[in-house]
Design a protein around this ligand. Structure first.
Ligand SMILES: [Zn+2]
Length: 224
């Protein structure tokens, strides 16, 4: 925590002044256009790798970037935090896109591979069940990129699985069908600090370089 406290002093001394106007404006309200779902892992830094500013992203982070699927009457089958973030961002903030972002070397994926039932703590053991369907896909031989390690292959499959969980909520499904909401799968490769996007037609994650960025942006403008 020492680094955090020193960082606040440093921010007040050198950075705060430059942000005063922006934060003054943001104090009256927020209008982010994207819900970003990511793992709590300290190495995943969306504000840095996507060069975003305060007010740009509505962020939901948890262990394994998991979304419990929807049960009856639009109610989550897991805890309520993830569904609440979906409801608030879609209905109140009227975000246009939801990005589920996994990452390489994810500890949650490692724990799933090692057998969830061996986890000693009850909450973590139970929480990771929302990743079980991804493990089943992986055990069934589904792989997006044969060159990936087991944990990274599972992590990419888990992104696709959690995108399905996001779509299991009627309020999301309705807007996706109407073309007013997009669901995207991203994956952060820690070792190279590269971000990948899932390309459905190619059935794989593609690094977001200038060409891929153009493809994604082209699709966004044709959609809306
Ligand atoms: Zn993780």
């Amino acid at each position: 925590m020492k680094k955090l406290i020193q960082g606040i002093v440093e921010f007040r001394r050198n950075v705060q002044k430059g942000y005063r106007e922006a934060f003054g404006r943001l104090a009256t309200g927020q209008s982010p256009d994207t819900l970003f779902v990511a793992c709590s892992d300290s190495r995943v830094v969306p504000n840095l790798f996507a060069s975003t500013n305060p007010g740009d992203l509505f962020v939901l982070r948890n262990v394994g970037n998991l979304i419990p699927p929807c049960g009856e009457h639009g109610v989550s089958t897991g805890d309520e935090a993830e569904a609440a973030a979906l409801e608030f961002s879609v209905l109140d903030l009227r975000i246009k896109d939801i990005i589920v972002c996994g990452h390489s070397e994810c500890g949650a994926m490692r724990a799933l591979l090692d057998d969830r039932s061996k986890i000693a703590t009850p909450n973590l053991r139970s929480w990771l069940r929302h990743g079980d369907p991804a493990v089943e896909s992986w055990r069934g031989g589904q792989a997006l990129d044969q060159a990936l390690t087991e944990v990274n292959a599972l992590s990419q499959l888990n992104v696709l699985q959690q995108m399905e969980h996001v779509k299991s909520y009627p309020l999301v499904r309705e807007r996706v069908s109407a073309g007013t909401l997009g669901i995207h799968g991203w994956w952060f490769d820690i070792a190279h600090a590269d971000v990948y996007a899932y390309e459905q037609e190619q059935g794989r994650f593609v690094v977001i370089d200038e060409d891929e960025a153009e493809r994604i942006l082209g699709r966004l403008t044709s959609l809306r």
